[in-house]
Design a protein. Structure first.
Length: 98
């Protein structure tokens, strides 16, 4: 796409509400509340909610799972209780978001 991650987040956030679920070892620019991409996502709520009834769960947001490793939802070892709980929590957030 020849764009950096921040530019891509800004572009996408202008069209649809975004849900970013980030792991503890993901890049700092994605993590709430100081990450630049996380701020872009959170601030985009003003675009999508203006004049609309919006469920709080559908607001654009970025949530961190600090004890999880990148790809914990799709490839995490769910035989470990902590990973299983983290994956289930992330999936429930996604279901509620959509």
């Amino acid at each position: 796409f020849n764009r950096n991650q921040v530019e891509m987040a800004k572009l996408a956030a202008g069209y649809v509400p975004l849900l970013y679920l980030v792991a503890g070892n993901d890049a700092e620019n994605i993590k709430p509340s100081e990450g630049e991409i996380a701020k872009v996502i959170s601030d985009s709520g003003n675009i999508h909610c203006e004049g609309q009834e919006t469920n709080r769960e559908q607001l654009p947001r970025c949530a961190e799972f600090p004890d999880m490793m990148h790809r914990w939802v799709s490839r995490g070892n769910t035989s470990l209780g902590e990973v299983k709980k983290g994956a289930e929590d992330a999936l429930m957030m996604a279901v509620e978001f959509f």
